[in-house]
Design a protein around this ligand. Structure first.
Ligand code: ZN
Length: 199
């Protein structure tokens, strides 16, 4: 199977996942402007971790997880944050890629769809960004915290919405977490930034 075929399979699995969850359907329509962008792979440790340590999933998420795992060697993995902000241990077990979006494997200006992987025992520091985002958990478990909302421990099928510029963080314990994240609003290609410390 060619890499392009794997990407087509993954985007179709993501479309079905989007259609299966009321929160994602309410958050944004499935983009109608996707076109293949032919981006080169960029390996990071998550390329090996996603296929081998995805955490527990459920039947509804299994096709999407399998499709995303098959993509792992072929995607442009990114870190965004430098080691002096998040620590080298974090970077050794974290990675994300843009399946669709302004800089995605499929170009879209309507939305952005990213995959995020975090290994067990990581703390993703409090950060914020202009576009709104909706996390969906594909496998594993994480504790999501955001200013003004109750904490939530989420597993497969769970969703978490972050408003524009709402500071939020996330932590994993004994499980890793695989998330598919939908974005909307202005500044889709702006980088997140670490939030100022709370008083
Ligand atoms: Zn965020």
């Amino acid at each position: 199977m060619t890499a392009r075929t794997l990407f087509d399979t993954a985007v179709e699995a993501a479309r079905a996942w989007h259609a299966s969850l009321p929160d994602t359907r309410a958050f944004c329509p499935w983009p109608t402007d996707l076109h293949w962008a032919d981006r080169a792979p960029h390996p990071l440790p998550a390329a090996d971790l996603l296929p081998t340590q995805p955490g527990a999933t459920q039947p509804a998420a299994a096709p999407l997880l399998a499709a995303l795992q098959a993509l792992a060697p072929h995607v442009e993995w990114r870190h965004t944050y430098p080691a002096d902000e998040v620590g080298q241990d974090f970077l050794d077990a974290f990675g994300w890629f843009e399946l669709a979006g302004p800089h995605g494997h499929f170009h879209s200006t309507q939305t952005r769809i990213t995959l995020g992987y975090w290994g067990p025992g990581l703390y993703y520091p409090r950060h914020q960004h202009g576009p709104e985002e909706l996390y969906t958990v594909v496998s594993g478990t994480g504790l999501f915290r955001s200013d003004g909302d109750a904490d939530a421990t989420l597993g497969p099928g769970g969703t978490r919405f972050h408003r524009a510029h709402q500071p939020h963080d996330m932590a994993t314990e004994d499980q890793p977490i695989v998330t598919l994240v939908f974005w909307r609003g202005a500044g889709l290609d702006d980088k997140p930034r670490i939030s100022p410390d709370e008083d």
